[in-house]
Design a protein around this ligand. Structure first.
Ligand code: UDP
Length: 321
């Protein structure tokens, strides 16, 4: 039997990366998961902790660290990723995108491993091109409050391509669009946990601005599958992985109300600074070069996510009593 492939996943206790840990183990990998739990959660990986193919190391990857033995793949997924989280942790977000990217690129270089950076649709900022293709350079406010995330990821992409050119590291860059599903943090301030929890609790749904801004939501299993397809391909990217189904936030609020059967009202609150007005991935590259497209539509994905949030809220309610 050939030895199992070893994959290091930074931020592996986060929402999306924990699903990638699951899929890697299903595909026969050994996973070394690094996380410092500033936004990741032990609960997201609790089911993996007894698995002989899963190793957890508590580590801030912005600081130097060493991994013993063979490493075949390095996936740098660590970063606060919701606007509320990266505004709460602005310096940590800058550091994990800059120093964390260098630490992990060095790991890939010394281990001769394939390297993947999870970048973001935020590199397109408030886009002037719609839908967004990978060739679009973006429209980012370099000093706005969101810039700690947007510019850190833009810098990280530049670092990846510099290592590719200079040291011939075999790299991939994925640009992730809005992703949702079980294990989202209910307090991270994103629209999906906010609307679902508000609807279940019978509280008003807080639509920011006039609600005409759009997002395109990809179910987490589809997203993780697309990212792994990129990892195992020879495509350097950047490649957009997301679901092109586009909705205004008002449409999205009504869909959540319908699927939860909630009687909650919709209220309007101020729009956050530099909130992108529209976002939809052009996934031609993913379709043609990776043979990937999302399979789970918004209604199916939301139904599963709502069920998960209902049980989380029920557990939280029991703990309080
Ligand atoms: N949003 C909203 N109500 C909320 C949370 C977010 O209307 O309670 C809006 C937000 O202004 C943005 C969109 O929903 O236009 C998506 O926000 P999110 O924080 O989920 O992610 P983003 O795409 O901005 O990173």
């Amino acid at each position: 039997m050939p030895a199992k492939k070893v994959t290091v996943v930074t931020g592996g206790a986060g929402f999306l990366a924990s699903h990638m840990c699951d899929q890697l183990i299903e595909r026969g990998h050994r996973v070394i998961c690094l996380d410092n739990f500033i936004t990741g959660k032990k609960a997201n990986i609790a089911h993996l902790l007894g698995n002989k193919d899963f190793v957890f190391i508590k580590q801030d990857v912005s600081r130097p660290f060493k991994i013993a033995g063979r490493v075949d793949y390095v996936m740098h997924c660590a970063s606060p990723a919701s606007p509320v989280d990266y505004l709460n942790y602005p310096i940590e977000t800058l550091l994990v995108g800059s120093q964390g990217t260098h630490q992990t690129l060095e790991l890939a270089r010394t281990k001769k491993a394939v390297y993947l950076l999870t970048s973001t649709s935020e590199v397109y900022g408030d886009p002037k091109e719609h839908p967004q293709k990978e060739t679009y350079w973006g429209h980012v406010n370099p000093i706005g409050s969101r810039s700690v995330y947007d510019e850190a990821k833009r810098y990280a992409e530049a670092a990846v391509f510099a290592y590719r050119r200079t040291f011939k590291v075999d790299t991939r860059v994925v640009r992730i669009f809005n992703t949702y599903g079980p294990r989202m943090n209910m307090n991270d301030g994103r629209v999906v946990p906010n609307f679902i929890c508000q609807a279940i609790k019978g509280e008003p749904l807080t639509v920011y601005g006039d609600g005409r801004q759009t997002r395109s939501f990809c179910y987490v299993e589809d997203e993780a599958d697309g990212i792994l397809r990129l990892l195992f391909s020879s495509e350097p990217g950047p490649v957009n992985i997301g679901n092109p189904g586009e909705f205004t936030m008002l449409e999205f609020a009504r869909q959540v109300l319908k699927l939860t059967g909630s009687k909650s009202r919709i209220v309007h609150e101020p729009l956050p600074e530099d909130d992108p007005k529209q976002r939809r991935p052009d996934i031609t590259v993913a379709r043609t070069r990776l043979g990937w497209e999302p399979k789970i539509d918004l209604e199916q994905g939301l139904t599963r996510t709502i069920a998960w949030f209902r049980s989380e809220l029920a557990c939280a309610g029991k703990k309080k009593k």
